[in-house]
Structure formats: structure tokens, C-alpha cells
Design a protein around this ligand. Structure first.
Ligand code: PA5
Length: 482
């Protein structure tokens, strides 16, 4: 579908916090005063990578290898192409693409949220509803294993048994595969779903073990229960999650790149965008560095304005999952030792009709960061005349021809003006357009900002020891004698 894809640009994303400063809650001098500590935090974050390479992690939670991963993957692909990780990912994606019409991704937390963010931002918004031809022969993508929801799992099994488009038996439209993603290989939600969908896959392939093995692609750590299962099944393609890359930082490993490539996302452009952001992060002075400026404003708004809630306000439906991915990233990384801001994703204008009242008039504990997109991908829709009436009942005739982007722009500016009028702080991350290059930049920017802020406030951004508590108590109930 050509109309869906605009030409990818090389434009940088940008960050603008002028409206936060205009509230008077924080001043330029506060931001300038933070330049030294921010430089040190950047240094420390980059040193984590050197430290990890030289000494390993030891007992410390240390997962900084995401920092230069995009550039390493690209360099490897450029020099050792057929032996490179990226080449293998693209090969497997092609093999599955040609064999099946749906891929089920099983994973939870960092093992699926990045994939979902890539899928929903970069693909057609109704990818799964399109015909195979309209999808360019790329499979549909479904997610499971991120909860223990009986009816939702049954629902997906229904769909797998009776695929939309009517395929059955050996028909390509009835064929499906599964990616099982778990770094530890032992997460209950994903493991339980693996059993369930493995049975269904085996049934659909009439128990043909070789075909089943070909249709299951595990993405996991080097050892563990999932790695053992992969060996037993004889899966020809198994991808690793490199040491030093934690779950919520793994979007640019096979965890995100394999499913992204399957559905037609240009993973090279994604990685180029991410690598470009790392380069800006390393090289730009603090005052022009989007990562460091973002950290400065978020941190100062929390300290000086009591903005402990960070609202990421997406002005595109397609960026909602990026926000949900970021919710996890920030919560698990900095929500420690009774510290850490609370992230909240909203989609605007949708949520102005649910949360707008509180953001305008409620407690002054929020920093709103708009996620704005410059150019839409598709032809602009203009407001049409009212069909079936010449009576102007809806009183919109004066706006005939006004385009959707200009109505959205009016909404954005109007909302910002409304917040500014009562000194509510709003900043903006501006994406020239939504494409692989800008999404690569954005995700890398938010990962870098998270670890830098951790180092700035003395919180180790890696590891998530708090998550173990629920697992322990859940397993105690499931295995009271164990
Ligand atoms: O960020 C993290 O490490 C977590 O959110 C994990 O991704 C999540 O708990 C799933 O773990 P695993 O990939 O081991 O199944």
C-alpha cells in the first residue's frame, strides 16, 4: 500500500521545554546549573558500558549494552553480512513470512512491549484487518503470554482455528507460527502460554514435529528453560538476547527486530535512527542535547514543582504503545527505594475527554510532555459537506475543507494555551513524521534518558528486584508444598 508509507527522512527529533520555563516553576538558570551533574551522569552511563565490558556485571545489576547496540548491529551487518545477527533475523523473517499468515508473539513486559510499540507505530493502523495482498504478503501479528486471561487466550485460539480470510487446512492463510520471547526463559505467564499455543500449533500441523519446530522461534537467554525446550523441539532458528541487555532495553535485539521485520518494518532505518540518537547523546553539548535537556526538565519539574507524575501525551493514536512501553521503562528502572516519578500515557484529544479536567484543574503534580508529529503519512482528509442534507444541522459548513491535520494543530495549540493560562507545565518532543528513523531515535532517546536520570539521582536503573515479590507469592499459592 504505497499511500501508507511516506519517504523516510533523516530529520532529527527535537525537544522543546520553553512552555515549562514560561510557567516560572523552573528557570533557565536551574537548567544551566544542572549542566555539570548531567555531564557527570552521562559520563557515568557511558562508563557503565566500559565497566561492564571490562569487569562484567558481578553481583551488580548492570545492563548497559543497549547503549551502542544499534551501531554494533549495523557495523556487523555492513562488514560480515551473511554471518551477522541482523542477516539471520532478516532471513528468518523472510522464511516465516513466506510460510504463514499470522505470527503469535508470546512474551510479557520488556519481552513484548517494544515489539508492540514498533508494530503499532510503524505499520498500517489496521494491519491485521488488511488482506494478505494489502499487507504486501506480510503476516498478521498477535500478542499473547502477557497476562493469564482465559477468555483472551481462548479468543486467539478461535481466530487461529478459523482465520479471517477463510483459509483452512493447508491453505497459506490458515498457517501460523509463534515467537516465544523470554530472556529468563522461566516467566510463568509466557511459559504457560507457550504450552497452550504449542499444543494448538501441533494440532494444526497434525503433529508433524519437524514442521512444528520450524514454526516456533524462541528468543531467549543462552541457558534456561526456554533454551532447553528449543533444543528438545529442534527449532532450527533460535535467537539470543545478548548479555548486558535487559528486558525493557531489548527492543533493538531480535526481541523487537525479528517481529518488526516480519511485518515489513525497515529495521535498518530503525537502527540508524537509534544510532543517530546515541551519537547526539555522546557528542552534543548539554544545552543542545535532547536526552540531557529532557532529563533536566523532568528532574527539575519533579524537584521544584512537585511534578511526580509524568504524562506522555501522544497526539497520534499510533504512538500510544510507545507510551505504554515507556511507562514500563521508567517505572521498572527508576521506581525504586520509594523514589521515581510515575509515568502515564495519554492519547490526545481522546483523553482530554477523560483526563483533561484533572490536568487543567486538578492537583499540581504533573508535567505533560506532548509527543507531536509534524507530517501525517497519508493524504490529508478535508471536512466534507454534510451528506444527505443541505441544512447545516451540525453547524460545521463554515469549516468545510478544513483538514484533519489543521484541526489537530488547533487542538494542540489550544490545549497548550489552556494549560499555559493556568501555569501547567508542558514540554514537547517533536517528531517530523512517524517512520522507522524517527521511532528509532525516540525509543533510544527515552532509554538513554532513563539511565542518565538514574545515575543523576543515585538510582540503579537496571534490574527490577521489586517484581520478584508478586512472583514469589503467586508461586506459593500455586505450589503450597513446593
Ligand atoms: O524489563 C524487564 O526485564 C522485565 O520487564 C522483563 O522483560 C519481563 O519481566 C519478562 O521477563 P522475561 O523476558 O525473562 O520473560
Amino acid at each position: 500500500m504505497n499511500a501508507v508509507r511516506s519517504k523516510s527522512s533523516n530529520d532529527p527529533i527535537s525537544y522543546d521545554a520553553a512552555a515549562v520555563l514560561a510557567t516560572g516553576g523552573i528557570h533557565q538558570a536551574d537548567v544551566d546549573d544542572l549542566a555539570g551533574p548531567l555531564s557527570t551522569a552521562r559520563e557515568e552511563s557511558l562508563n557503565d558500558l566500559e565497566r561492564w565490558r571490562t569487569d562484567g556485571a558481578g553481583n551488580e545489576s548492570l545492563d548497559p549494552a543497549f547503549l551502542d547496540l544499534p551501531e554494533r548491529l549495523l557495523a556487523d551487518y555492513g562488514t560480515r553480512r551473511p554471518e551477522s545477527e541482523l542477516f539471520s533475523i532478516l532471513q528468518t523473517a523472510r522464511r516465516l513470512r513466506e510460510a504463514v499468515d499470522r505470527v503469535v508473539v508470546l512474551g510479557i513486559g520488556g519481552s513484548y512491549m517494544g515489539t508492540r510499540a514498533l508494530f503499532e507505530s510503524c505499520c498500517h493502523p489496521f494491519h491485521n484487518e488488511l488482506s494478505r495482498g494489502e499487507r504486501g504478503g506480510r503476516p498478521r501479528l498477535s500478542f499473547e503470554g502477557f497476562n493469564i486471561d482465559n477468555d483472551s487466550a481462548q479468543g486467539l485460539l478461535d481466530v487461529l482455528r478459523s482465520p479471517p480470510g477463510g483459509g483452512d487446512g493447508d491453505d497459506l492463510l490458515a498457517q501460523w507460527a509463534m515467537l516465544v520471547v523470554s530472556k529468563s526463559g522461566g516467566t510463568l505467564e509466557t511459559a504457560a502460554a507457550t504450552r497452550l499455543f504449542l499444543n494448538a500449533l501441533s494440532d494444526s500441523l497434525k503433529g508433524d514435529a519437524k514442521q512444528v519446530a520450524e514454526r516456533v522461534v524462541p528468543v531467549t537467554g543462552a541457558s534456561g528453560k526456554l533454551a532447553s525446550l528449543a533444543k528438545t523441539l529442534g527449532c532450527p532458528d533460535v535467537f539470543g538476547i545478548p548479555d548486558g541487555v535487559g528486558g525493557r532495553f531489548s527492543v533493538f535485539t531480535a526481541v523487537g527486530l525479528l517481529p518488526a521485520s516480519l511485518v515489513g518494518i525497515d529495521v535498518v532505518r530503525l537502527l540508524e535512527g537509534a544510532a543517530a540518537m546515541t551519537q547526539r547523546f555522546r557528542e552534543s553539548p548539554v544545552s543542545e542535547n535532547p536526552v540531557l535537556q529532557y532529563v533536566a526538565v523532568c528532574h527539575l519539574a519533579e524537584k521544584k514543582m512537585g511534578a511526580t507524575i509524568r504524562v506522555l501525551s501522544s497526539w497520534s493514536n499510533q504512538l500510544e504503545s510507545v507510551g505504554l512501553w515507556y511507562d514500563q521503562l521508567l517505572s521498572e528502572s527508576l521506581g525504586k527505594d520509594e523514589k521515581g516519578a510515575t509515568p502515564l500515557t495519554t492519547v490526545t484529544t481522546r483523553d482530554l475527554h477523560s483526563r483533561g479536567q484533572q490536568h487543567q484543574d486538578g492537583r499540581r503534580d504533573k508535567l505533560i510532555t506532548n509527543l507531536c508529529v509534524g507530517e501525517s503519512r497519508r493524504d490529508h482528509i478535508g471536512l466534507p459537506p454534510l451528506s444527505g442534507s443541505s441544512g447545516n444541522e451540525d453547524q460545521l459548513d463554515d469549516l468545510i475543507g478544513t483538514t484533519w491535520p489543521s484541526m489537530l494543530e488547533a487542538a494542540t495549540e489550544g490545549t497548550n494555551e489552556a494549560y499555559a493560562s493556568v501555569k501547567r507545565p508542558t514540554a514537547t518532543i517533536h517528531l517530523p513524521q512517524i517512520d522507522e528513523f524517527t521511532i528509532g531515535q525516540l525509543l533510544q532517546m527515552l532509554m538513554l534518558a532513563t539511565v542518565v536520570e538514574g545515575r543523576l539521582v543515585g538510582t540503579n536503573p537496571y534490574g527490577q528486584p521489586g517484581v520478584e515479590a508478586y512472583k514469589k507469592f503467586m508461586m506459593k499459592r500455586l505450589r503450597p508444598d513446593g
